[in-house]
Design a protein around this ligand. Structure first.
Ligand SMILES: O=C(O)CCC(=O)C(=O)O
Ligand SMILES: [Fe+2]
Length: 330
């Protein structure tokens, strides 16, 4: 796989994998720049460099978290490859011979930290993905309360978003990759330690990314393997054009709802820690035409859900869908 040097803030160059599609940079702006508001209002991604959203957590490392995270059980995924492709347990039976691409483990933070420290290159990769809850120790609570809630709540109000639903803590090593998918919530993604590269595609490129069917355990994930795209099966992927952002400690990426994202820890940047701030979308008060691409994605999901429910058997869905469109709309 070809690689390319990337300058990050004019500092140390890193090697980033090159893909078959083009990548343009996401703007990096100060939170005082009025352009930030405009981009968020238009649901366009932006990296904001100086929000101080997680300044109170920039000292987090394995040792500190191990001492202060408490002895609650945390969700850790383990994978034979460096990819962590999310799957929905509840949909596992809908697909014959579905093989889970990673294993779900539960362990204390201290056990996780020990396993990471003793990890040999041939061992499985590990990725902690745990919603922050009140089982954590007092010092983590203090750090959490020190997040810049003023700034983020102001954004939530200004952009008319719904409630904060979760803060996901992600702790992984520098080879970990979350393959391309979209989420159904607004996200301020805060980087705490190490660097992450985001490869983003707008909701208008839904047709280029070939998501799995809605009943599939990999619902919302792309079927295309970016490392080896099958252009015969997925010809529209040739038209995909990405935006790219590399975030480091203190950076916050606004990741709009329904935007596709592949997230890669950057090699050579060590332990990787991030926290997400997921918010429900706001209500749409007035529908305006033409509909926005993200509204069309939402509509497609609803129609697909309805068909699945009405047929009451995932095995019947493919033929039904094909009869509905094949040879009729082309
Ligand atoms: O950081 C990652 O590996 C995945 C993050 C992600 O998908 C998200 O925040 O929505
Ligand atoms: Fe995501």
């Amino acid at each position: 796989m070809a690689t390319r040097k990337a300058e990050i803030n004019g500092k140390r160059p890193f090697r980033l994998k090159e893909y078959t599609f083009s990548c343009e940079d996401v703007p990096r702006l100060s939170c005082t720049d009025p352009e930030v508001d405009r981009l968020i209002s238009n649901e366009q991604p932006v990296v904001i460099t100086d929000t101080n959203l997680v300044s109170s957590a920039l000292h987090w490392d394995l040792d500190y978290l191990g001492k202060n995270m408490g002895d609650g059980m945390f969700t850790v995924y383990s994978s034979h490859t460096n990819k962590f492709k999310y799957f929905d347990d509840k949909k596992g039976n809908n697909v014959k011979n579905f093989r889970e691409p990673m294993r779900h483990l539960d362990m204390t933070f201290q056990d996780f930290a020990k396993r990471l420290c003793n990890k040999k290159p041939e061992d499985e990769s590990l990725y902690m993905q745990q919603t922050l809850n009140d089982s954590v120790g007092r010092r983590i609570v203090v750090d959490f309360l020190g997040f810049n809630w003023n700034w983020i709540t102001e954004q939530q109000k200004k952009h008319n978003w719904g409630q904060l639903t979760a803060n996901l803590l992600l702790v992984g090593t520098e080879e970990n990759i979350t393959p391309s998918h979209y989420d159904e919530q607004q996200n301020f993604f805060a980087q705490i330690k190490g660097k992450k590269r985001f490869i983003l595609f707008p909701p208008s490129q839904f047709g280029c990314l070939y998501p799995y069917p809605i009943y599939h355990p990999h619902d919302r994930q792309s079927q295309v393997d970016f490392d080896d795209p099958d252009f015969e099966k997925f010809p529209e992927f040739k038209k995909a054009a990405a935006l790219e952002a590399v975030v480091g400690p203190g950076d916050v990426l606004y990741l709009p709802t329904y935007w596709w994202h592949q997230v890669e820890c950057v090699q050579g940047t060590g332990l990787n820690i991030s926290v997400t701030f997921w918010y429900k979308c706001g209500p749409t008060d007035k529908i305006e035409y033409p509909l926005k691409p993200q509204q069309k994605v939402a509509m497609m999901r609803n129609i697909e859900k309805m068909i699945n429910q009405a047929l009451n058997d995932p095995k019947e869905v493919p033929e039904f869908m094909q009869n509905m469109v094949l040879g009729r709309y082309t």
